[in-house]
Design a protein around this ligand. Structure first.
Ligand SMILES: [Zn+2]
Length: 487
């Protein structure tokens, strides 16, 4: 089972400056690869010298170390190589339609460096007082040591094959993914197991979750989840402060130290909100999954991204702008996004999968207008925000609780009827195994001659040319494309 870990890291000021240097150099190599690729695709292929050559997609980086960049010699070569590997992997994700083309990484925002096993080691340590086994993280090589970097592991972990050290608004993090080798129960198997229950039995083991604006999460078993009032107050205060600092930032000179300080202040003010929301999503999803009575958890299929779009601009007959309620919509969007609707659902799904429970999505229409007792559906059933009164059988309930029961019922019908189809998920994980676009090429990949220095010195180097790219060119009248295949 794959699990991701993200721990706080506490480097000393010297270690932090060394790591920042590594981050900068890795980003430089990545960006140099991006620009080189752009040069080849946009210009070089069209010039006479390069007709028939492909943009090189390999992990070469040594030609970026020149007299103009002596500082690249002050970091371990693996850091630079990993920059090129990251670029290569980003490109192969692009060919597999898992993402866009690699693009220039900015100097601002979250920054990180990807370290492979040559650059770090975890040494087991036994705490003398508690007898607890922990690890001590050594970073660096013999020539370029960083030393023991402190980190706090809030849960047990194994030794990973590679790690990422990153800094976000002044805070350092250690993150990695691990596979413990234990297979995860498949969604389809869980669904089959649940489908064998009778409808009443499954009804008793199902929780329907209604996501609303007034109460972010209301369940069919009566539990409700919302941010604490103190958290809401603090978020509001920090938002006000962030807006004030945003105005200050706008008046400060570009590239100046004070502008940078203002940007850092804004980032740390906004981080609180992000942290609170993530924590809320984790706590809510944990509570939903940990409930021993719940085997099936049902959500409405809401397109949160579509729901929180800006409203379209309106014009009247004379072409003048009319009011379209965008201010009010902005407020609603804030409250929807602020209650972490999608994050909580995503977290619930993966936590449930680990313990062999199932999360399904059902159609959201009329869940708040339908009577959970008799099934009568009418807008009049819901006269007020909180109260539900059935116009047919007189059933009264809390509106969100009623909606939760409807959602649970739809989920039960979906699973019992056997119509539930597990969704195919895209793998966007960074693979350590080398993957060459297999299965679509009839020739093996060999050596291709590529000259990178403006066509005057042909440099031979091995490269793994991406096959979909080659095939496309071969299909488009391959005769005009000249390729030098060696070996
Ligand atoms: Zn009714």
């Amino acid at each position: 089972m794959q699990s991701g870990f993200r721990f706080r890291l506490y480097p000393t000021p010297e270690q932090a400056s060394r790591l920042l240097q590594w981050i900068g150099c890795q980003r430089f190599i990545y960006n140099a690869k991006v620009s080189e690729d752009l040069y080849f695709r946009v210009f070089a292929r069209k010039s006479l010298d390069h007709v028939g050559q492909f943009a090189p997609q390999d992990q070469q980086y040594s030609h970026f170390i020149t007299e103009a960049t002596p500082w690249l010699r002050e970091v371990p070569s693996q850091v630079l190589r990993n920059g090129a590997v990251r670029w290569k992997q980003a490109y192969s994700r692009y060919w597999r339609k898992l993402g866009g083309r690699p693009k220039i990484q900015k100097r601002h925002g979250t920054q990180g460096v990807w370290l492979t096993s040559e650059l770090f080691r975890f040494e087991p340590v036994v705490q003398p007082e508690t007898g607890q086994r922990t690890y001590c993280l050594h970073v660096g090589t013999r020539k370029w040591p960083v030393g023991v970097v402190r980190y706090s592991a809030h849960r047990a972990h194994a030794i990973p094959a590679s790690i990422t050290l990153s800094i976000d608004a002044g805070r350092w993090y250690l993150s990695f993914a691990n596979d413990d080798g234990v297979p995860e129960p498949l969604e389809a198997e869980t669904a089959n197991w649940l489908a064998a229950f009778s409808e009443e039995e499954l009804r008793a083991r199902t929780v329907g979750v209604d996501r609303g604006v007034a109460i972010p999460f209301a369940c069919s078993n009566g539990s409700q989840f919302d941010l604490k009032p103190i958290e809401r107050d603090r978020i509001a205060k920090k938002q006000t402060a962030a807006r004030r600092w945003q105005r200050k930032l706008a008046r400060r000179t570009h590239g100046g130290a004070n502008r940078r300080k203002a940007a850092q202040r804004i980032a740390s003010l906004r981080r609180y909100e992000k942290d609170v929301r993530r924590d809320f999503a984790h706590q809510t999803s944990h509570a939903l999954v940990a409930d021993p009575k719940a085997l099936l958890i049902v959500f409405e299929a809401l397109g949160v991204q579509r729901m929180t779009r800006k409203p379209k601009a309106k014009r009247d007959a004379q072409g003048r702008w009319e009011k379209n309620g965008s201010r009010a919509k902005a407020g609603l969007n804030r409250s929807i996004l602020g209650s972490a609707w999608s994050t909580t659902k995503v977290y619930t799904a993966y936590k449930a999968r680990r313990v062999g429970k199932l999360v399904v999505e059902v159609a959201p229409h009329h869940t708040s207008q339908e009577c959970a007792q008799c099934g009568h559906t009418h807008p009049d059933n819901r006269r007020s925000q909180a109260g539900f009164v059935c116009q047919c059988c007189g059933h009264t309930d809390n509106a969100d609780h009623n909606a939760g029961r409807n959602i649970a019922q739809r989920g039960v019908s979906l699973v019992v009827s056997g119509e539930f189809k597990p969704r195919q998920t895209k793998r966007v994980m960074r693979m350590r195994k080398k993957t060459v676009g297999a299965g679509c090429s009839e020739f093996t990949l060999g050596e291709i001659a590529v000259s990178r220095s403006a066509g005057n010195s042909a440099v031979l180097r091995s490269m793994n040319q991406e096959t979909p790219h080659l095939n496309r060119h071969r299909r488009l009248g391959g005769g005009s494309v000249i390729m030098t295949m060696l070996g």
